[in-house]
Write a protein that binds this ligand. Structure first.
Ligand code: BGC
Length: 255
């Protein structure tokens, strides 16, 4: 890692846009987290204005050449946002990284939210000692995924959109489905079982990591899943996106 041992991470979510400065040696926040409500509609312009507010909030604690990592719940290919399953459709084909760089006057990495969370779990959390194929899935409004092998992140895997039994997988197995239908964990588990069995058959991972808000209740559903792949809960909880984004930004800017 370069001399830059801190970076700012910002996580753009459906309800809040959250940021904190991250100590990249420890993989921990070095400041308190600050949250601002996500604007409605969450157009790129409105969201970038909030991100700029967050950067201004942390400016005194941030080196002037420190990078900023920003997550979005979408495919991001070389800075260009390519999808918008659970965000405002105006993000599609938006050159998000360039626009943020211009607005903030800093090095910026714009990354998929699950990729950021997965990379953080790989370097600092639940997948820390795993060198093989790791698949992190986040269960929330949708299903996000991160595919990692030998400490490298393969970006934009989008395994939440596998078509399973004729359905977009996240529409059947995301934790929002459990909430909407009022399912108990026992009733929800068959949906997870089907989902993880398919992913396991396709990828033969060495480890599954399950993130998203629901991972705090992991003891109520992970032991019920029958898989040959070990499956564990994420350990960084809602800090993972911010930590991973900060780390990816620092690597992109300073190597
Ligand atoms: C999006 C992914 C995102 C996931 C979790 C999915 O609907 O397609 O890009 O990572 O939701 O937010």
């Amino acid at each position: 890692m370069s001399k830059h041992t801190t970076a700012l991470g910002i996580d753009i979510g459906g309800s809040g846009i959250k940021g904190a400065i991250v100590d990249l040696k420890k993989g921990e926040f070095s400041t308190k987290r600050k949250k601002i409500l996500t604007p409605k509609p969450a157009t790129p312009e409105a969201v970038i204005a909030i991100v700029a507010q967050l950067v201004a909030h942390f400016a005194d604690d941030l080196d002037k050449d420190s990078a900023v990592g920003v997550t979005v719940p979408a495919v991001v290919q070389h800075g260009l946002v390519r999808s918008a399953a659970n965000i405002d459709p105006s993000w599609i084909d938006f050159e998000g990284e360039g626009a943020l760089r211009k607005a903030l006057g800093r090095d910026v990495a714009l990354v998929n939210d699950a990729d950021a969370a997965g990379y953080a779990e790989l370097l600092y959390g639940a997948a820390k000692d795993e060198d093989g194929l790791v698949i992190l899935t986040t269960l929330g409004t949708g299903i996000g995924s991160a595919l990692m092998y030998r400490n490298m992140l393969v970006p934009n895997s989008e395994l939440g959109h596998l078509e399973i039994d004729g359905h977009d997988a996240e529409k059947e197995a995301a934790s929002s489905v459990k909430d909407t239908l009022g399912l108990t964990y026992e009733q929800y588990v068959p949906r997870l079982q089907r989902y993880y069995s398919v992913v396991e058959a396709l990828f033969s991972p060495d480890l599954f990591v399950v993130g998203g808000g629901i991972s705090k209740d992991s003891d109520q559903f992970l032991p019920l899943l029958k898989l040959r792949t070990p499956i564990v809960a994420a350990t960084l909880q809602n800090r993972a996106g911010i930590i991973g984004a900060a780390r990816l930004a620092q690597e992109a800017a300073h190597g």
